[in-house]
Design a protein around this ligand. Structure first.
Ligand code: AHR
Length: 330
């Protein structure tokens, strides 16, 4: 991933709301004469509970901010997102926001948006491009840090994670979508931390495409191919929930016979954590809507925004999940 972005990172939490501002050159003002900001948002898809919560947050926040939202679901296909972005350029929206399915292959369409003078905001996931002038800002999580938190938990709990008590901790990894920033970065962060203990090894790793069904299928295959699995590291809750189904179908107890770590902390994941079926969840916050609308208003008004806006998040063990579950919004 393009590391210079991280160098410029700053944690910014916006409070309050800004008044809607005028549009940029070539935007909706020029097309229709309205003062209302129009945003074109190209979403990844509806692959996970996290994504559903993210979409709801964006739609509700746009409504609240008085921003007209044109929304498209790319069904996890880059070509669909590129088509959606081109259509937003044609429609002369004021601002384009999107969460890239994969990291690479965006320069051409982003150059088209730049030529049309339509500012672009990256939300949730970054692009791997050396030309940072192609977007105004990137709002989202530090996925490397999330992977590090997961890896550190395996290291810190090495004694209990060695379920089969043979001195080795065999980890199977269910990766997110191949080429997606969270899959690349969560793997990298996790591997960095487990390198501290030579007894911890990733013995198998495959993509589950961030879906429950994908997680289930990959785990079924791992249970057949691997004799000794101590830990499952799933890149999101949905994959972990699919893995639980496969583990139970094999007559084993998830969370006990095989430890499970996931990322997201959506309600279904937290419910499984509180029930003892997952052992640890690293949080990834999907509620990006309010910050996105604030940023959109600023970039449309031509104001400076930080190049990187990072979301704040924590992590939960089973006791912490029990304590917060009732109040979990998503
Ligand atoms: O980009 C964020 C990731 O994408 C979330 O962890 C996952 O659930 C989603 O599909």
């Amino acid at each position: 991933m393009f590391k210079n972005l991280m160098v410029a990172s700053a944690t910014v939490v916006f409070a309050g709301s800004l008044a809607a501002c005028g549009s940029s050159d070539g935007g909706a003002d020029d097309a229709g004469g309205s003062d209302k900001i129009t945003m074109g948002f190209a979403q990844v898809g509806a692959e996970s509970g996290w994504r559903t919560a993210n979409t709801k947050s964006i739609q509700a926040s746009a409504k609240e901010a008085g921003i007209e939202l044109k929304f498209s679901d790319a069904q996890q296909k880059q070509e669909n997102q590129i088509k959606a972005i081109r259509s937003y350029i044609q429609q002369k929206v004021d601002v384009i926001a999107f969460s890239p399915v994969v990291e690479t292959g965006w320069d051409t369409v982003l150059q088209e948006a730049k030529r049309a003078k339509i500012p672009v905001i990256l939300t949730d996931r970054a692009v791997d491009s050396e030309d940072t002038s192609l977007y105004k800002t990137f709002l989202g999580s530090d996925f490397v840090l999330e992977g590090e938190k997961a890896g550190q938990w395996v290291v810190d709990n090495a004694a209990t994670n060695d379920v089969n008590k043979d001195g080795k901790i065999n980890v199977v990894e269910i990766q997110g979508t191949t080429g997606a920033a969270p899959a690349i970065d969560r793997k990298e962060g996790f591997e960095d931390k487990i390198a501290a203990d030579s007894n911890i090894k990733i013995v198998a790793s495959q993509t589950g495409d961030f879906t429950r069904d994908g997680g289930k299928k990959v785990m079924e295959a791992f249970l057949k191919s691997q004799k000794d699995i101590d830990v499952v590291y799933a890149h999101n809750d949905d994959e972990g929930l699919g893995a639980i189904e496969a583990i139970e179908a094999a007559g084993l107890k998830p969370g006990v016979d095989i430890k499970i770590i996931t990322v997201d902390a959506v309600k279904d994941g937290m419910t499984a954590l509180a029930a003892g079926k997952i052992n640890y969840i690293v949080e990834c916050n999907p509620l990006l809507g309010p910050q996105l609308m604030e940023l959109a208003e600023k970039v449309v008004a031509g104001e400076e925004v930080p190049q990187r806006v990072e979301t704040e998040e924590g992590a939960f063990d089973q006791e912490q999940a029990k304590a917060v579950l009732a109040d979990r919004q998503y």
